[in-house]
Design a binder for this molecule. Structure first.
Ligand SMILES: Cc1ncc(COP(=O)(O)O)c(C=O)c1O
Length: 239
């Protein structure tokens, strides 16, 4: 690992002028103390925005109690392998059913973390004849997911419906040639900017164009909409 960072610093790699601060700061930060929304970092008290515990719920006594009881009954890491090979349990399926109900969808599928989830979803939804049209300010997981795609892809200007329309016109012509379909990708709440994707306007375009819509709602889930179902519910287009 040390070698890798030495090389990044020497080549002024992807972190540019920040490369010399990379290890232990931008990458592999070392946090101290119990996981929480307030922790110690390099000796100082900090608010931790880089973990998935903004509300500090991970260490609530009742959560720790259930966690401990479950580990005592089933062991600490069930099923101890990749789910595809090692399998899963009734509990995994029950959680998927509850999550699907929560977002008012027919079904859900659990993947280990957001980055892998989006990468896998994009890969599962398109074949080489399909065309992807995605927001240029998409999160890195969407950019990388699109990079796996063997077919054509277009970007549209961030949250710009006119630009999306132009690109849908191009994609529609192309889809006529390939015989494929179109997948539009946006975010419920843009992770890097904070504002909502224009889901309502995008859905409205379905009257004019034939496409499927994939929304990464990492930041709308649980926070937006009357029941917390996310940005789609907030904008009245969850279905
Ligand atoms: C919009 C969006 N999608 C996906 C992810 C990736 O999630 P994870 O950190 O669980 O890989 C993030 C991370 O912040 C995100 O902001």
């Amino acid at each position: 690992m040390k070698d890798l960072f030495a090389r990044i610093i020497e080549n002024k790699g992807p972190l540019g002028k920040w490369a010399s601060q990379a290890e232990g700061y931008f990458v592999f930060p070392k946090l101290e103390g119990p996981i929480s929304n307030r922790m110690k970092f390099q000796g100082k008290e900090v608010i931790t925005w880089s973990i998935n515990d903004y509300l500090g719920m991970a260490n609530l006594p009742e959560i720790k109690k259930v966690d401990g009881e479950t580990a005592a009954e089933y062991g600490a890491a069930y099923p101890m392998g990749a789910r595809m090979m090692s399998g899963h349990t009734d509990f995994h399926e029950q959680l998927e059913t509850e999550l699907a109900d929560f977002v008012h969808k027919e079904s859900s599928y659990l993947l280990n973390f957001g980055y892998q989830g989006i990468l896998s979803a994009i890969d599962a939804l398109v074949s080489k004849d399909d065309i992807i049209v995605y927001d240029v300010d998409s999160h890195a997981c969407i950019i990388d997911g699109v990079r796996l795609h063997m077919g054509k892809r277009f970007t549209f200007v961030h949250n710009d419906i006119e630009s999306l329309k132009k690109n849908l016109e191009r994609a529609t012509k192309m889809a006529e040639q390939t015989g494929g379909g179109i997948l539009v990708i946006s975010e419920g709440v843009f992770g890097m900017r904070g504002e909502q994707g224009k889901l309502k306007e995008i859905v409205e375009l379905k009257k004019e164009f034939n496409f499927r819509l994939l929304v990464d709602d990492a930041h709308g889930f649980g926070t937006l909409g009357k029941t917390g179902a996310g940005a789609g519910e907030e904008q009245g287009v969850q279905d």
